[in-house]
Ligand binder design. Structure first.
Ligand SMILES: [Zn+2]
Length: 303
């Protein structure tokens, strides 16, 4: 059955969603108080705050450090080396603690920063000692750490992945079959400031449907902190991309906003788009009907 979740930077629970995910530790490294009745999203290795305190922990590569300003990579924050032992230990304890205080754990950035990472002295040593190929060594480092995390998370563990179904091993050390052994659900993060070409997003969703061995949700970008109305996707685009990805067989959608106000604004606009919603009903697939039924329910909630 299709599920909808809210995905927010504020500890708020808008109505009309099956569950609520709170960004307890975003990429800034800020740690907020978990909420008993919300799921917790933690950016693991992306942590600008820790990067400032320990510049030598920042992930290294032949194309430079994993930090904001290095345009070889798509980074708006600092990423800590994925083998840094003190940081790994600290995150493991933190994740266990947040799990106890909330509904479960949604991780992102639980892998290497990007292609070519990490070439710090410790990683070079570990790689040589492993006897594995570079890509297989990175994969093992990532998967072994996920296994450790799985041991300490007693509730649901959701693993977010980048919207790249083809090159995740080369870029992040991520093997989806390895992750499927530990994840209850995948969350494919398809954030974009517009969804003007839904064909591409549908193509990615179909790719993930084909290869992921666990259910998967898709996270869509609605309205982030500090955005202006002209910066964000239109409601028409969001409804259309939801239908297009739903018919690929996605198991649910999350809608990212700063807080409750922005999500209620989106819901209000969505229920106004009656004609578009009727048209989208003809797009086929039971998941499309289920998603549109959920949006139709917002009519009773949001006035
Ligand atoms: Zn390293």
């Amino acid at each position: 059955m299709m599920k909808f979740g809210s995905f927010t930077f504020q500890p708020q629970k808008p109505m009309g969603f099956d569950f609520h995910v709170f960004r307890v530790k975003p990429e800034t490294g800020l740690r907020l108080k978990p909420m008993q009745d919300m799921h917790s999203n933690i950016a693991v290795f992306a942590d600008t705050h820790t990067g400032k305190e320990h510049p030598d922990w920042i992930s290294q590569s032949p194309l430079g450090l994993a930090k904001f300003g290095n345009n070889n990579f798509n980074l708006y924050w600092s990423v800590i080396c994925a083998t840094q032992p003190e940081y790994r230990e600290d995150q493991l304890k933190y994740i266990a603690d947040v799990d106890r205080q909330s509904q479960g754990i949604w991780l992102n950035s639980q892998y290497f920063a990007e292609h070519g990472h990490c070439t710090c002295p410790r990683c070079q040593k570990l790689y040589k000692k492993s006897g594995l190929s570079w890509l297989e060594w990175r994969r093992k480092e990532v998967t072994d750490y996920i296994a450790q995390i799985r041991d300490v998370v007693k509730k649901d563990l959701v693993l977010s992945i980048q919207p790249d179904p083809v090159s995740s091993l080369e870029r992040y050390g991520v093997n989806f079959d390895d992750f499927a052994k530990y994840a209850d659900v995948f969350n494919v993060v398809m954030f974009s400031k517009n969804y003007a070409t839904p064909w591409y997003w549908e193509m990615l969703a179909r790719g993930f449907k084909k290869i992921l061995k666990k259910p998967f949700y898709i996270s869509l970008y609605v309205y982030g902190p500090g955005d202006a109305p002209q910066d964000v996707p239109t409601t028409q685009e969001l409804l259309t991309v939801t239908a297009r990805c739903a018919r690929s067989g996605a198991d649910g959608f999350l809608y990212l906003t700063d807080g409750e106000k922005e999500i209620v604004d989106f819901q209000k606009e969505a229920i106004e788009k009656r004609e578009l919603r009727e048209k989208l009903r003809t797009y086929g697939g039971k998941e499309v009907q289920e998603a549109l039924d959920k949006i139709a329910e917002w009519e009773k909630i949001v006035k």
